[in-house]
Design a protein around this ligand. Structure first.
Ligand code: AMP
Length: 381
């Protein structure tokens, strides 16, 4: 059964087509980028064939989905011959608020709920909604499924997700910790269970997603019990351009000193902090590592700050879990910089004991979205 996975960003749409009851591998994948700019680009890769990259005109997300459909139907590289061969579309949706604890078949009510959570994820939920609405028209016969980044963390206890602020703010505005990257944490934790030959329900793991965004999660009994991102994806670990944890009083102090409004300070903490802010060089770990090799002290400091925060979170989740079977590193940095895993393994060995395995596992959020979608649509025909 063919399942299409759609992941909409503010100016891009990623896609991935899986034959889920075949090999489980994707048939093709790609991305439409620079949506809304003068010249957009589609990169389309059919398994076993060369990657194609071409300029297209694409004013919005709806047109991007049309371009994706046409790429899938392209007669030269034909992956499918009719749009109706796609039997389900799985959408990555960042924020499902308190409503969604698992992947969900999309209907008008689900769309309304995702709209309701736009104030909590103003950059992420609107493009997802565009993608969902377009796919409902363009892949008309395929049921649409929403897979939420927040859903896996729905299992956190109230005392874990509640901030130490006036309870009315939670009731009035939904200010609490939600957590993100849930699909990635769930995927790598389940893979760790497979690798350790343990039932997922019996595994205690700490999963550390280190990509453009970074977060850690404590997973026990197949459920997330705590995670480092909070009300927004800004809390927790130091990231490429995001600060992670910071004393809120430093934020108000900075606003006064620099004459910033809410939007201004938000911009600084989200886009100009983290590895980029501390190093003054780049948000990309590859550049940081190069600069360290060249003797740059600020790059070294950025790396040290980044690692120290990871170590503190892993240590605190060891306290939360009691027994830790696996510490798993994943995503762009986690998968490609084994020195981070090695450092943690060396430094945390006395705390963890001998039995804890330190692993690098490649994440595959798209595959999990496809599998969740398949699980929902397979009985619908
Ligand atoms: P992701 O969000 O998972 O795609 O991760 C993106 C980040 O991974 C980039 O910003 C880089 O900092 C980092 N990254 C990707 N490849 C490498 C690599 N070979 N070495 C170090 N960092 C990498």
């Amino acid at each position: 059964m063919l399942i299409l996975v759609i992941n909409c960003g503010s100016s891009s749409v990623k896609y991935d087509l899986f034959d889920v009851d075949g090999t489980g591998r994707d048939l093709c994948r790609g991305i439409v980028e620079r949506i809304g700019e003068d010249s957009s680009i589609i990169t389309h890769e059919v398994r076993g064939a060369e990657k194609i990259c071409k300029k297209v005109s694409c004013r919005d997300h709806h047109q991007a989905v049309e371009i994706i459909r046409d790429a899938l139907l392209d007669e030269n590289k034909s992956v499918i011959s009719e749009a109706s061969e796609v039997k389900g579309v799985g959408h990555r949706v960042v924020h499902g608020g308190e409503e969604f604890s698992q992947s969900t078949l999309i209907d008008d009510d689900v769309i309304k709920s995702i709209e309701k959570f736009v104030p909590l994820a103003p950059l992420h939920n609107p493009p997802s909604l565009e993608g969902i609405k377009s796919c409902r028209k363009i892949f008309r016969s395929a049921p649409q499924v929403a897979v939420f980044d927040t859903a896996f963390h729905h299992s956190m206890e109230k005392y874990v997700y509640c901030y130490g602020v006036k309870y009315e703010f939670y009731e009035k505005y939904g200010i609490r910790r939600y957590g993100f990257h849930g699909t990635s944490h769930r995927y790598v934790a389940a893979r760790a269970a497979e690798l350790l030959k343990k039932p997922f329900k019996e595994l205690n793991a700490i999963t550390v997603h280190l990509g453009n965004g970074c977060s850690a999660a404590a997973v026990s009994g197949g459920r997330s019990v705590d995670t480092s991102m909070g009300f927004t994806p800004l809390e927790g670990l130091v990231m490429g351009t995001r600060s992670g944890d910071i004393d809120p009083a430093a934020v108000t102090f900075l606003m006064q000193k620099e004459g910033l409004d809410g939007e201004g300070v938000n911009d600084i903490l989200n886009k100009k902090s983290g590895l980029l802010g501390v190093s003054g060089i780049s948000n990309d770990m590859r550049d940081i590592l190069k600069a360290i090799d060249a003797g740059d002290k600020r790059a070294q400091l950025a790396y040290d700050v980044f690692l120290y925060r990871i170590k503190k979170y892993i240590g605190s989740y060891a306290a939360v879990l009691g027994r830790v079977d696996a510490v798993v590193f994943t995503a762009g940095i986690g998968e490609n910089v084994p020195a981070i895993k090695d450092t943690m393994q060396k430094d945390l060995r006395p705390l963890m004991g001998k039995k804890t395995k330190f692993l690098i596992i490649a994440t595959n959020e798209e595959l999990l979205i496809a599998k969740d979608t398949y699980g929902i649509v397979k009985n619908m025909e």
